[in-house]
Write a protein that binds this ligand. Structure first.
Ligand SMILES: C[S@@+](CC[C@H](N)C(=O)[O-])C[C@H]1O[C@@H](n2cnc3c(N)ncnc32)[C@H](O)[C@@H]1O
Length: 248
């Protein structure tokens, strides 16, 4: 299966409908409080890696001076529409060099796209290099090897301006010996009595929790694991949240 990610390209018009900013408010507030509390310095600036359509930034900007980086022009366009006052930069979070440092760095639902240990290493190195000493890198992991469920399928329905979209997500791992699996998305778009069906494929990384700890420590961080209550689609489940301090 290829890593098409149509949701971030030709189907990016779907994102604002299935991901309204209000769905992100509570989780983003709680992440902001953790960052402020755990940083050993006053956290005023925040670098958001894989910022997507800027839904989290809509709330982050109440707490921080935010800079967002994403690899998709279409997603950055949505982010700029929602948060015109913020700085958005096109870049790959495994390789960027912004030439400045921040009090905090976050990578949220974009870390799913790191498919090998080497890619995680690259991301962690970039996060470390873009942090001020005493600053915090925070990341949340949506899938880990220990609790992966083959063929887990969830769906949600969203309506906006006469369009109704049912979003189906299916996880499937064809080879449990490697570090990634297939996320297949199906979008059922209903409008004025018509139904259109779009399909999309994404490849997500799948690592043991121990791997996250090991690679974050190797990058130089002091690592603390907390539980994160995901407010949008994984009800009643806690996700591992890694709060990583850059020593002073
Ligand atoms: C689920 S979306 C993020 C949505 C975001 N939370 C929001 O508020 O809209 C994941 C994002 O990660 C981005 N991404 C994936 N791999 C990336 C990489 N290597 N560098 C930068 N961005 C990346 C995708 O382009 C996509 O916009």
């Amino acid at each position: 299966m290829n890593d098409a990610r149509r949701l971030y390209h030709d189907l990016s018009w779907i994102w604002p409908i299935v991901s309204p900013p209000e769905d992100y408010v509570e989780e983003t507030k709680s992440i902001s409080h953790v960052v402020k509390k755990k940083a050993a310095i006053e956290a005023r600036t925040l670098l958001h890696m894989g910022c997507g359509g800027g839904r989290n930034d809509f709330t982050f900007k109440e707490y921080f001076d935010v800079t967002g980086v994403d690899i998709s022009d279409e997603m950055l366009r949505l982010a700029r529409d929602l948060n015109p006052e913020l700085t958005y930069i096109r870049g790959d979070m495994r390789f960027i060099g912004l030439g400045k440092t921040f009090d905090s760095v976050v990578a949220l639902d974009s870390v799913n796209y790191m498919k090998t240990e080497e890619e995680l290493n690259q991301l962690f190195r970039i996060a470390y290099d873009h942090l001020n000493p005493g600053g915090v890198f925070l990341t949340v992991v949506e899938e880990i090897r220990e609790r992966f469920k083959q063929n887990r399928t969830i769906s949600s329905t969203h309506s906006q301006q006469g369009k109704q979209i049912t979003f189906v997500e299916n996880s499937f791992d064809p080879d449990p010996t490697d570090n990634h699996f297939e996320m297949t998305f199906i979008y059922l778009v209903r409008e004025k009595g018509n139904l259109e069906i779009f399909t999309d494929s994404h490849i997500w990384g799948l690592f043991k929790k121990e791997t996250w700890h090991r690679l974050l420590r190797k990058a130089g961080f002091n690592v603390q694991e907390l539980e994160f209550a995901h407010s949008t689609f994984l009800e009643d489940e806690f996700l591992p949240m890694f709060v990583c301090l850059k020593p002073q």
